[in-house]
Ligand binder design. Structure first.
Ligand code: ADP
Length: 200
């Protein structure tokens, strides 16, 4: 199956673009959804997380206590690594399973940190970046999440730069002050290109 990795900074419009591809019948595998699921109640990462970090990081419903874990890994890189050593292989395996089971002309995998997490690029046929200015990211995330400007800037600072992302991309969809109808037309064109690449 031909695999497109869809990426972009926070608030760039990844979900919006993914929905537009889905409207064409393209199956979407969302690594954020999978990441959440592995640490949900009875999530497949939970037994290992308990073994590694103890019950203190488990919420009453059996899911990961996200606030507590966030507080730990925020200041402790070694703990972040221990957590990722558990979750990343499981997320990867689940992503590959969903890709294999997907039915459609090609599959889109949404990977917010595709450019940051090295080996992802080798696991997709094309990298598609959704691009907008940092100012646009800030205003969208402030209104979507109710975050302050500083909070959004802190998240952006931990992500790849716009330049690095564009350099890693095979294809770019611009989504900056873009009316939704225009964005949909850009997705239509990209979809046609991918149909050609997936079944030459
Ligand atoms: P991401 O998944 O990259 O974080 P989203 O697709 O959730 O980004 O978009 C961030 C916010 O901006 C959402 O509230 C979304 O509805 C809005 N948005 C994205 N693109 C546009 C657009 N072209 N026009 C209007 N609103 C948009």
């Amino acid at each position: 199956m031909f695999v497109v990795g869809l990426t972009g900074g926070i608030g760039s419009g990844k979900s919006t673009v993914a929905d537009l591809f889905a409207a064409h019948g393209v199956p979407i595998v969302d690594t954020d959804v999978i990441a959440h699921r592995v640490t949900a109640p009875h999530g497949i990462a939970m037994p290992q997380i308990v073994a590694e970090f103890g019950n203190a990081f488990v919420a009453a419903d059996g899911s990961l206590d996200r606030a507590r874990m966030r507080a730990l890994v925020f200041s402790d890189d070694a703990a972040r690594k221990r957590l990722e050593n558990i979750t990343h292989p499981l997320i990867r395996a689940e992503t590959e399973r969903e890709q294999r089971e997907a039915k459609g002309p090609y599959v889109i995998v949404v990977v917010p940190l595709l450019v940051e997490s090295g080996n992802w690029k080798n696991r997709v046929n094309r990298v598609l970046a959704v691009d907008c200015s940092v100012e646009t990211q800030i205003s969208r995330v402030m209104s979507r999440n109710g975050f302050s400007r500083e909070q959004v800037l802190a998240i952006i600072a931990r992500q790849a730069s716009r330049e690095a992302r564009l350099a890693a991309a095979d294809d770019v969809i611009v989504n900056d002050n873009t009316p939704l109808a225009t964005l949909a037309a850009r997705v239509d064109a990209q979809h046609l290109a991918y149909l050609g690449l997936a079944a030459p």
